[in-house]
Design a protein around this ligand. Structure first.
Ligand code: USQ
Length: 382
């Protein structure tokens, strides 16, 4: 298949390019380097040095003989994006090209405005480019479990059957996010749902939980192919942060009471989920939604797991409760359904002690590069 990966430079985008390329698909990656520039601006650069996209594609070609085409540009520029579609004729577009950080979206008005503009305009442009060039092209959008929030009922996969005054209908599951970033993801889901109903385009929305992990089968070939791995407060996800904190002797930053429960998955499973979705597309006129998680943990459970493995490996891991900078429930019911991707063929990699120990070993190699000032600054939701 011809696969267009938007947001190809990010933590998940580059591994996705390699994953499809390795399996014989033709890949074009696009990125505007937002994440790199923002990491420099906020002094929170990734743990491992990451060659730029053109360099990584070159390394990939030297090692595998497979070519990944790259284009550097901004998908909120419609003419740029349209030219990409006209040149490449993708059969599926994987949409990661969003500002992905909740704390970033809460820094100030300008960063909130950037998040809204980038995430909504980018998504709108993709819908238009698909309609104008090939309405059969399947959009696989990375959504987030955070769109649902933490409701006091089970979280279904995207849709909820409602009975009201004796009548029934099916609606998108109620959404109530707890950051401006997550709210922008609700809005881009709504944009795509509108165009699915109006133009009959085909969309899969992957409601993903926080991802952890440092490597995939493909990135293990050469350290220059590793994902852009952030461990800082802005761009790092919680488990990745805890491993880096443990290695650098920084007490693990459990926010508040630590009962916040989320659905997690290994980066290797993100690759599988996106691949399974792209190769088994939704129907024209269908918005298909999967909850992309493999198991649930509270923040305290994660911290305890990291401490157990870290202590065994000779780190003296402390767990610290810091006042929660976010506005979120710290104790709540959480029961998401996530059978759709398993039905498509997902084989989960669960969070075992061996998986944690492997993460420790990789981070230990780069411990001299850890910037302790980036770990916690307390970007407040208030
Ligand atoms: N947390 C801590 N300590 C930390 C960092 C986070 O206790 O040092 C807590 C947060 O308060 C939150 C939970 O851990 O309750 C998860 O936080 P996170 O920073 O790992 O994840 P989040 O901000 O929700 O965002 C990440 C990705 C985002 C994706 C989302 C999926 O950055 O792109 O959409 O995970 S989900 O969380 O299901 O919404």
């Amino acid at each position: 298949m011809k696969i267009l990966v938007l947001g190809a430079d990010g933590y998940l985008g580059w591994p996705t390019c390699m994953y499809f390329s390795q399996r014989g698909h033709e890949v074009l990656g696009v990125d505007n380097y937002f994440r790199r520039y923002a990491s420099i601006e906020l002094d929170c650069e990734p743990l491992m040095p990451a060659p730029n996209l053109l360099q990584r594609a070159q390394v990939w070609q030297e090692l595998t003989g497979k070519r990944i085409e790259m284009a550097i540009g901004d998908i909120t520029d419609y003419n740029f994006l349209l030219e990409i579609f006209k040149h490449f004729h993708p059969e599926a577009v994987i949409h990661y090209a969003e500002q992905p950080s909740a704390p970033y979206s809460m820094i100030d008005r300008d960063k909130a405005a950037f998040t809204v503009q980038n995430n909504l305009l980018g998504t709108l442009n993709i819908a238009y480019a698909v309609k104008e060039t090939d309405p059969a092209c399947h959009i696989v959008k990375l959504g987030t479990m955070g769109e649902y929030g933490t409701p006091n009922i089970d979280i279904e996969e995207g849709w909820l059957d409602i009975e009201h005054k004796g009548r029934q209908d099916t609606f998108l599951f109620p959404r109530q996010a707890s950051s401006l970033y997550h709210t922008s993801k609700i809005q881009d889901t709504d944009l795509l749902w509108f165009y699915v109903r109006t133009w009959g385009i085909r969309v899969t929305d992957l409601m993903q939980g926080p991802v952890y992990g440092l490597s995939t089968e493909e990135s293990d070939l050469d350290e220059r192919l590793m994902p852009l791995f952030n461990y800082d407060e802005v761009f790092g996800t919680v488990l990745n942060r805890f491993i880096v904190q443990a290695v650098s002797g920084y007490p693990l930053t459990v926010y508040g009471r630590g009962g916040q429960t989320r659905g997690y998955l290994n980066i290797k499973d993100t690759m599988q989920c996106v691949y399974l979705s792209a190769t088994q597309p939704s129907r024209p006129g269908e918005l298909r939604i999967f909850n992309q998680v493999t198991e649930t943990f509270s923040v305290t459970e994660l911290a305890e797991k990291v401490k157990a493995v870290g202590d065994r490996l000779g780190h003296k891991v402390e767990i610290n409760s810091v006042p929660n900078p976010r506005a979120e429930k710290e104790e709540h019911y959480y029961n998401p359904k996530y059978s759709g991707l398993l039905d498509l063929g997902l084989k989960p990699h669960f969070l075992t002690e061996d998986v944690l120990a492997d993460m420790f070993r990789v981070v230990e190699k780069y411990q001299d590069r850890i910037n302790r000032n980036a770990i916690f600054r307390g970007i407040s939701w208030k």
